[in-house]
Structure formats: structure tokens, C-alpha cells
Design a protein around this ligand. Structure first.
Ligand SMILES: Nc1nc2c(ncn2[C@@H]2O[C@H](COP(=O)(O)OP(=O)(O)OP(=O)(O)O)[C@@H](O)[C@H]2O)c(=O)[nH]1
Ligand SMILES: [Mg+2]
Ligand SMILES: [Zn+2]
Length: 298
């Protein structure tokens, strides 16, 4: 049947100029985009219409709540997904955790803004590749109040906690390639066929997921699987934007002698004092310094 009225839909996935749209009645439609809508992304709400030729096309992107972006290989910012309520940053014991990248995701969640949940997958490998330094890094996140869920895709461990955290929300799984994002999602939505990939000898992922896709869970949750990354660089931020991504600093807000204190070498710095008495986690602080320097120099 031909429909000419404009309608609202949500972008489920996008391959170049073509995308899959979910209509208000829950149907999935193949759709095209016009060039000026180049940045339409998974999770976007759009206005669409059936053209005279019978093909569906997107007319406009509705205002976004937020958009998660990352630079492509040319350094141009690309939308990973839009309208995100909660960012689930997934790490694993193999491939090994990349703590600097986790910190950057947490800063990014704060900027979106979106809630955040740290997911540690492959709990079965935690004792097979024991690592005291990684455990110490992980403890620091708990100390400063981040919620961490340990999962195991095959055994189903931690899936209930994830379902609870994302209920009624749009959630995205992000993180390194090979940590098991798609494996977790296929456990959560078993009726969907989702590709997972093997990891290499040294634990590196194979970039199996190539585009973001949105899946529905019972309880009104929408869950977006995103392509694994090698790195997650941040755009250029101001020092205060960067610092806002460190909840452990907030207790000491306003206590440094200089109100534009970078917490590096300034006299009367409350953060450095807190560090010496063990009230600021040292590993997070060292990585903050590295990130601050890279932001200042780029
Ligand atoms: N031991 C173990 N392996 C797991 C677990 N979850 C996933 N894997 C394996 O990890 C590998 C990568 O899984 P994927 O789900 O494709 O990982 P991904 O994060 O989606 O990777 P990209 O799509 O490349 O970003 C597969 O071989 C999975 O079987 C787990 O809990 N324990
Ligand atoms: Mg995947
Ligand atoms: Zn300071």
C-alpha cells in the first residue's frame, strides 16, 4: 500500500547511503538518505516518507539528545550513534584492558552527557591471565564510585545486572575489538543472529562488527552494538571539560589556591595534597597527567 504522509522512525543501522529504519508501528524498512543528511546515524529519530517511485527516504533528522562521535581514519569526526542514555564501556581480560581508553570513554560519557556502566567481560579468563596491576587499576574505579559489572557471555554471568541498568533506556556497547560486545548482545537478544569473531594469538580483535546496529530488549530497552575500536581519541577539550570527567576531583573543588589549577605542579594544589595522603587514586591521576599533556600539545 502506498503511504504518502510523513512519518517518524528510528534508524536501526546504516550502510553508507542506505539505512534500515524502524517505523512507528515497528516495521523495518530499507531506506535511502539524501546527501545533505550525510551524518544520519544509528539511533537517530528521523522524518521519512515513501517517494512516488515507492522507495522510502529520510527527509530530516529530529533534534538529538546527544551523539557519540569518533574520528575516522582521516581524522574527520563520525557519528557512532545518537540519542544515548547510557554508555556501557566493555573491557575484557583478553584482549587486555586499556585503562587510558577507558578513562577517555568515561570523560566522553560525562560530556554527552550519558550515564555510564563499566562492563568487564570474559570473567572466566580473570584467573587464567592473573595480573595484579590490572586488578589495582580496576579497584580504583570502584573506590571513586563507578559501577562495574563482571560478565561472561557464554555462562550468562552479569547479564541480569546489565538488563537492570538499561531498562527503559537506549544503551550502547562500546570498546576495543574482541572484548565480546556482540557476544553479550546476542545473549541478551537470542532471537537475533549477530556475528561474533575470533580473537588472534595475542588477544587482538578482528573488527567483526563494522556498523552500529540497534536491537530491542524486553522492557523497552534499546541496545546498540558498535564496531570495536583500536583507540578512542578525544577531541580537543578545555582543561575544565577534561577535569569534569574525573569525579574523584569533585570533592576538592574550589580548594586549590588557583581556580584554574591544572593539578600538575601548582603550589597549594588540593588534588596533589589529596594524592599524597591516598585520597586520590594514583594510577588514575598519572593517566590524567598523560592525557592533560597530550591535550595541551595537540
Ligand atoms: N572466554 C570468553 N570468551 C568470550 C566471552 N565473550 C566473548 N568471547 C569471545 O571473544 C571473541 C570476540 O567476541 P565478539 O563478540 O565478536 O567481540 P566484539 O567486542 O563484538 O568485537 P568487534 O565486533 O570486533 O568489536 C569471540 O571469540 C567470543 O567467543 C567470554 O565471556 N569469555
Ligand atoms: Mg562485535
Ligand atoms: Zn589543583
Amino acid at each position: 500500500m502506498m503511504k504518502t504522509a510523513q512519518d517518524i522512525g528510528r534508524v536501526i543501522t546504516r550502510y553508507g547511503a542506505e539505512l534500515i529504519l524502524e517505523t512507528a508501528s515497528g516495521e523495518h524498512l530499507r531506506c535511502t538518505t539524501r546527501r545533505k543528511l550525510e551524518n544520519v546515524a544509528c539511533g537517530d529519530y528521523v522524518r521519512w516518507q515513501v517517494e512516488q517511485q515507492g522507495n522510502a527516504s529520510v527527509l530530516a533528522i529530529l533534534p538529538r539528545q546527544n551523539v557519540l562521535e569518533r574520528p575516522d581514519f582521516r581524522g574527520k569526526l563520525r557519528a557512532v550513534a545518537a540519542n544515548i542514555d547510557i554508555l556501557l564501556v566493555v573491557s575484557s581480560w583478553r584482549p587486555e584492558p586499556n585503562w587510558e581508553m577507558l578513562d577517555r570513554y568515561l570523560i566522553s560519557a560525562h560530556l554527552l552527557p550519558a550515564e555510564v556502566l563499566i562492563v568487564f567481560n570474559k570473567a572466566d579468563l580473570r584467573d587464567i591471565y592473573p595480573n595484579a596491576e590490572h586488578e589495582a587499576c580496576l579497584r580504583e574505579y570502584l573506590e571513586i564510585g563507578y559501577q562495574i559489572v563482571h560478565t561472561q557471555a557464554k555462562g550468562g554471568e552479569g547479564l541480569v545486572e546489565i538488563e537492570e541498568a538499561i531498562q527503559g533506556k537506549t544503551a550502547i556497547f562500546a570498546g576495543q575489538s574482541g572484548v565480546g560486545k556482540s557476544s553479550l548482545i546476542s545473549q541478551l537478544v537470542p532471537e537475533e543472529e549477530i556475528r561474533v569473531g575470533e580473537i588472534g594469538e595475542t588477544g587482538e580483535g578482528r573488527h567483526t562488527t563494522t556498523v552500529s546496529s540497534l536491537y530491542h530488549l524486553p522492557g523497552q530497552a534499546s541496545l546498540i552494538d558498535s564496531p570495536g575500536v583500536r583507540d578512542f581519541p578525544l577531541p580537543k577539550l578545555t582543561v575544565s571539560q577534561l577535569q569534569a570527567g574525573y569525579p574523584e576531583f569533585s570533592r576538592f573543588a574550589g580548594e586549590c589556591r588557583f581556580n584554574n589549577c591544572t593539578h600538575q605542579h601548582e603550589p597549594g594544589c588540593a588534588i596533589k595534597t589529596a594524592l599524597t595522603v591516598g585520597e586520590i587514586p594514583p594510577r588514575r591521576y598519572q593517566r590524567y597527567l598523560t592525557l592533560l599533556k597530550s591535550q595541551i600539545n595537540n
